[in-house]
Design a protein around this ligand. Structure first.
Ligand code: SF4
Ligand code: SF4
Length: 104
């Protein structure tokens, strides 16, 4: 399981710089750099409608990842100890990225 930090506060799943999902998917099948990746599990928090007080930040989670050109990708799963998802202010998943991506 990967330790994940996420600075995308505009995502409904974010709490305390962590993700509240048990698993996420990162896109970027053709990614050659950080900017070509994105968190496909991003959902915009529109006016806090879906915010609830019972969100539990998960520090470790399963990361399915399409960015096969990343050194940490093993059979479309992330094998990194620790990753950072960034893109605060994002309104769409394409504005997020996996800052830990490292080209092979
Ligand atoms: S952008 Fe992705 S990693 Fe970050 S909180 Fe949302 S779903 Fe989780
Ligand atoms: S570090 Fe690499 S393998 Fe892990 S989620 Fe980011 S892009 Fe995918």
């Amino acid at each position: 399981m990967t330790k994940l930090e996420c600075s995308v506060k505009t995502c409904v799943h974010n709490a305390d710089n962590c993700c509240c999902k048990a698993a996420i998917a990162v896109d970027g099948a053709k990614a050659k750099n950080v900017d070509d990746t994105c968190c496909a599990s991003f959902d915009e928090n529109r006016g806090g409608v879906f915010t609830n007080l019972f969100k539990t930040p998960e520090t470790r989670l399963e990361v399915a990842c399409d960015a096969v050109k990343c050194v940490y990708n093993e059979d479309q799963r992330c094998a990194a100890e620790h990753i950072s998802i960034s893109g605060n202010g994002a309104c769409d998943c394409t504005e997020t990225k996996c800052s830990t991506f490292k080209a092979q």
